[in-house]
Design a protein around this ligand. Structure first.
Ligand SMILES: C[S@@+](CC[C@H](N)C(=O)[O-])C[C@H]1O[C@@H](n2cnc3c(N)ncnc32)[C@H](O)[C@@H]1O
Length: 211
């Protein structure tokens, strides 16, 4: 397996001691993207938030500090991401406001209408069935709940040629602005807004659950 493929596989599902290192590294690497993406939505003090594909848990930490009277769940299907995330958020977990859950986005173990907000940073590419997974996300969101998806790669962006190499190495969902719009609309979201940071090659899609 090529080094690039090994690295991308670890991003898709961190595993073992190298995976835990990757999850910690992503906490730093994805922080500017996360900050930018969260600037496009409103996080109220009492929000109930779910961070899908929480990796090393920095977004969970950030959300817990924004939703000071709220509750945050981080969810990841990698046991090693869950371990790193729990360590990163141990104080919040002790205080009872944060929970890190080992599960897939395809089967979120929470009842309908649980969350006001779902975030997904650098994880959407890896979801096994984007359309049905978005329906699952919508199921756990309250009416008029918010979704934010942020990625450092999008089709048609400044770094398209480089990104295409990654996409060819590993099975990833790689969408352009219009495709995000369409997919979110088809999955029952409205108020869809897709913005890009062209120079950096970032994309952020925000939407609300249609009522
Ligand atoms: C590239 S990392 C990003 C982690 C974190 N969101 C960040 O920004 O640093 C992708 C994460 O999504 C998780 N992930 C990928 N597919 C998933 C799925 N189907 N269900 C839950 N988690 C998933 C991976 O295990 C990994 O921890």
């Amino acid at each position: 397996m090529s080094i690039l493929k090994r690295l991308l596989s670890q991003c898709k599902r961190p595993g073992g001691s190298f995976g835990r290192l990757i999850a910690r590294g992503m906490n730093f690497a994805h922080s500017p993207l996360t900050k930018w993406a969260l600037g496009h939505i409103e996080v109220t003090a009492n929000a109930a938030a779910l961070d899908v594909g929480c990796g090393g848990g920095r977004t969970v930490d950030r959300l817990a500090k924004m939703a000071v009277d709220g509750r945050v769940v981080g969810l990841d299907y990698s046991k090693d991401s869950v371990t790193v995330s729990r360590l990163r958020n141990s104080d919040h977990i002790r205080s009872g406001r944060v929970e890190i859950c080992h599960a897939s986005v395809s089967d979120i173990p929470y009842p309908d209408n649980t969350f006001d907000l779902v975030t997904a940073v650098e994880t959407f590419y890896f979801w096994p069935a984007p359309e049905t997974d978005l329906l699952e996300v919508r199921r756990v969101l309250q009416p008029v709940g918010q979704l934010v998806i942020a990625c450092t790669m999008y089709k048609g962006g400044k770094h398209d040629k480089r990104n295409q190499k990654f996409v060819d190495e590993i099975n990833m969902t790689y969408l352009g602005e219009d495709e995000f719009q369409r997919l979110l609309g088809d999955s029952g979201f409205d108020n869809i807004d897709v913005v890009v940071e062209y120079e950096k090659g970032w994309i952020c899609a925000t939407a609300r659950t249609a009522v």
